[in-house]
Design a protein around this ligand. Structure first.
Ligand SMILES: [Zn+2]
Length: 521
């Protein structure tokens, strides 16, 4: 799941209450398998094994995979390993030039630590060490600091000044209590509260002085912000009406006001309103990332020109700040769980081939902003008009044994009621999960629907669903390890995803797109 914020803690505490309270999607009278489609054979079902899921997940999310970060050698190594699994299973490569791989470049823009410098009261301060550029914006500014004891004080003219101000305590409701160290969430909410009005008053730069409450999160924020922004060119846009091209880097004085988080120890000096100098330069460069694409040819002479597309992402969040003795963000649930489920489904489809063909895609750099799926959906190896359904999964191995969510099952996110009915019918015959519909709502504070790889395909009008067991405390931390996965639950979801795909791959009529379907953003 590409980052936003997180509600996991509250979700975990009241899962049972949620089960009782949340509107659920249970079996519906008209939620039947497509007419005329027989259930898979016992041989196909027996190809879905819990032992395989466990073995593969311990390999994919092992420390040796170093968190498989997008755009790094670790992601490329993991992608080669994923391809090798499909070769063993007996699928065919569907990537570039007969390979398993579809290559694309991620475009990175970040503050250059070699070309940037800053000084306060004539003393040089470390960029990202003592002063963290909070947004990716260049600035050349020098002059006497203006100390603003209260960032909300609008009586002081800050135009063109380097303003220093203490961080504000954020309204409690704006602090997402969940995954990501709470201190990091607190700091993000505090920065938002401090900059909300101040950033619109024409200052040349804003220095926000960290207080004790931010304290320990300072270094984690530094590591996070040092990465800068990520994008991919000529790809499906992030939002309705947005461009498919990467925007040029922001120019000094043209973008948002350059804002900084400053280590608390510098507060005293800044209150003296000393001279300060800021020279923040950006660098933009490309690094390769990759989608892994495997295929299985269907049996029906006509229908095999149409495809069911299974979607996962092979990347995770790499190696980060050491916490609790570990720094590898192994990404077992996110998203090793779905990748290994796809291997299992592929074995079942090899055991009994369906009429339509099946594509298994592992999207690269999902955690960096759905880069792989935005790229593939704009450069599909099979015309999207021949893709009858996208079955995406993200985090399917944790939380209450009987809960799950099916995103894209209700308007405005529902792209095909046919596909939803087949998924509900499949659930009734496999996992029998209580499907929590709250996560699928446009009002959900996590914006969960928009944070995984089905979105670019749905945006282009392909019937799409996402399976998930939702957030948990280990999301995007070193705690997301294979040992904490609920393997019996993972097997039940794998069977659910497989059977939904079996229905879509054998239905006489492909699932129709709901008339008027359009995502809200
Ligand atoms: Zn994910």
């Amino acid at each position: 799941m590409t980052p936003l914020g997180a509600l996991a803690h509250r979700v975990n505490i009241c899962a049972a209450a949620l089960l009782l309270a949340a509107p659920v999607l249970t079996a519906q009278a008209d939620a039947a398998p497509p007419p005329g489609v027989l259930a898979p054979t016992a041989r196909a079902w027996s190809a879905l094994r819990e032992a395989d899921l466990r073995r593969d997940l311990f390999a994919m999310a092992s420390p040796a995979m170093r968190g498989r970060e997008g755009g790094t050698l670790d992601e490329l190594k993991a992608s080669i390993w994923v391809a090798a699994q499909y070769a063993t299973i007996g699928l065919v490569p569907m990537g570039d030039d007969g390979t398993w791989f579809q290559w694309f470049n991620m475009v990175r823009t970040r503050v250059s630590t070699t070309a940037s410098r800053a000084s306060i009261a004539g003393r040089s301060v470390g960029v990202f060490r003592d002063i963290i550029p909070y947004n990716v914006v260049p600035v050349e500014a020098a002059g006497r600091v203006l100390w603003l004891a209260n960032p909300l004080d609008t009586t002081v003219d800050v135009r063109g000044r380097i303003v220093a101000t203490p961080v504000l305590a954020p309204p409690p409701a704006t602090v997402r209590v969940s995954s990501y160290p709470t201190r990091v969430r607190f700091t993000e909410a505090a920065m938002a509260a401090t900059l909300r009005t101040l950033s619109r008053r024409g200052a040349a730069a804003i220095l926000v002085v960290a207080g004790d409450s931010v304290g320990a999160a300072f270094d984690a924020i530094g590591v996070q912000r040092e990465r800068g922004s990520y994008d991919v060119d000529r790809a499906t846009p992030r939002a309705n009406g947005a461009s498919d091209r990467v925007a040029p880097p922001p120019q000094a004085g043209a973008g948002p006001v350059p804002s900084f988080l400053v280590r608390g120890a510098l507060g005293e000096s800044l209150r003296e309103q000393p001279e300060a100098e800021l020279s923040i330069r950006l660098e933009r460069f490309e690094s390769p990332s990759v989608n892994v694409i495997a295929g299985l040819r269907g049996t029906d002479a006509k229908l095999r020109n149409e495809y069911v597309l299974y979607s996962s992402h092979q990347d995770a969040n790499g190696v980060r700040l050491l916490a609790n003795g570990d720094s590898v963000l192994a990404g077992a649930d996110d998203n090793g769980s779905v990748s290994v489920a796809q291997f299992a489904a592929a074995r079942a489809f090899v055991a009994q081939r369906p009429k339509r063909s099946v594509l298994f895609v592992h999207h690269g750099s999902e955690e960096r902003g759905l880069l792989g799926s935005r790229y593939h959906s704009a450069h599909p190896v099979i015309p999207l008009s021949q893709v009858v359904a996208v079955l995406n999964g993200d985090m399917i191995g944790r939380n209450h044994p009987d809960t799950a969510a099916l995103l894209g099952s209700q308007p405005p996110h529902r792209s095909s009621i046919d596909l939803v009915h087949w998924a509900i019918a499949a659930n009734a015959r496999t996992g029998k999960f209580v499907i929590d519909t709250t996560w699928d709502r446009p009002t959900h504070p996590e914006g969960w629907y928009f944070r995984s790889d089905h979105v670019p395909y749905a945006r282009l009008g392909v019937p799409s669903l996402m399976y998930t067991t939702n957030l948990h405390d280990d999301y995007h931390t070193a705690g997301d390890i294979p040992e904490r996965i609920d393997y019996p639950k993972l097997l039940r979801i794998t069977r659910w995803m497989y059977l939904t795909g079996w229905y879509a791959a054998n239905a006489a009529v492909r699932p129709a797109v709901d008339p008027g379907f359009k995502l809200e953003r």
